[in-house]
Design a protein around this ligand. Structure first.
Ligand code: HEM
Ligand code: HEM
Length: 123
């Protein structure tokens, strides 16, 4: 969760710097800011809360801790790579980072579905 707050503060600082003077930071700064906020602040917060709360709601342990670890590695590598791509106007780098971020979403979805569905609702 502190990761998410860190991204939120970073995204805010990036936008404010850009508002003060758009030439201070090179690249597509609004795009980088938007995705740091959405994928970094909002989605990481959702990841953290869901991984913590869902097993407790469903009454079953998380399907896979290892999947959750890899999800967080992918998300935290993917986003900085995407942002690096935007700040250097390099489409291929955005693509690689985007694919890693997407991989994290897929792992998250699988883990959530398997946690609640595989064993059915608890009686
Ligand atoms: C800390 C407070 C924030 C400031 C100072 C700020 C500032 C900005 C600025 C200056 C832009 C560019 C506008 C333009 O293109 O002229 C922008 C775009 C954007 N912001 Fe923020 N913002 C803040 C918080 C947030 C938050 C919390 C979110 C989402 C959770 C967010 C999401 C976006 C998105 C999606 C865009 C559009 C990016 C794009 O065009 O690709 N912002 N913001
Ligand atoms: C795997 C995750 C994602 C990837 C790879 C991705 C990639 C992209 C790309 C390539 C663009 C266009 C950049 C350009 O025109 O130069 C874009 C724009 C945008 N994305 Fe994402 N994105 C992702 C997730 C998200 C999420 C989760 C949100 C919102 C919750 C979001 C909101 C936006 C917005 C608001 C824009 C700007 C649209 C506009 O041009 O007005 N993205 N994204």
């Amino acid at each position: 969760m502190s990761f998410a707050l860190g991204y939120g503060l970073l995204g805010g600082a990036l936008a404010i710097t850009w508002l003060i003077d758009p030439t201070l930071i090179p690249g597509d700064v609004p795009r980088a800011h938007g995705h740091i906020m959405l994928l970094g602040f909002i989605l990481m917060m959702i990841y953290g809360i869901a991984l913590h709360v869902l097993p407790r709601f469903s009454g079953f342990p998380l399907y896979s801790e290892r999947m959750a670890d890899w999800q967080l590695y992918l998300a935290n590598i993917g986003l900085p790579v995407m942002v690096a791509g935007w700040l250097t106007w390099t489409h291929a780098i955005v693509l690689v980072g985007g694919a890693l971020s997407y991989g994290a979403m897929v792992l998250f979805g699988l883990n959530m579905v398997m946690t609640v569905r595989a064993r059915g609702p608890k009686a």
